[in-house]
Design a binder for this molecule. Sequence first.
Ligand code: Y12
Ligand code: CO
Length: 172
Amino acid sequence: MLEIITYPDKRLKLRSKEVTRFDASLHSFLDDMYNAMLHANGIGLAAIQVANPINALIINLPDENDEQSKATLLEIINPKILEAGGHQFYQEGCLSVPGFYEDIERFETITLSYQNRHGESCELEANALLSVAIQHEMDHLLGKLFIEKLSYARRKKFEKEYKKAQKAKKVS
Ligand code: Y12
Ligand code: CO
């Protein structure tokens, strides 16, 4: 199983590089990402979170019965936001920042161009949770975490709480 790296691992700050080869090794890496995300109970994961700095992310939102199905898995490679509008707040969490959730402001609607695992060009309009998830994962490709969007005071509080939780984890 691929290991998901966690804050404050410096590799999370890396800027990811464009994917140019859409071959069997990319496909098997995407499959490994999916298994790692599901195993960790996640709904979104960027390649850098498993220490591979390439412009690839996956998203698998639960359906109305709160179940995840591989049939609705989105594999998004080399994404670019073409249009963005409106604003929304959503309580975000991240597998690389375990145990911390915070309301973050994002665009309400985005239009995205990207490539699928075969290198085919795709376009997608997203709103609500899907839009939040894509923006969250695209920030990972730039080396950014959602905690960087917190106010100074909230970030300080987070750093204190997170360090304490990390210490407690080491002891137990
Ligand atoms: C909305 C907001 C953020 C995203 C990005 C994808 N984020 C996740 O998939 C986060 C998953 C997550 C899962 C956790 O584990 C469990 O719930 C069992 C978790 O809890 C701990 O680590 C303790 C934290 C985050 C998409 C859409
Ligand atoms: Co994340």
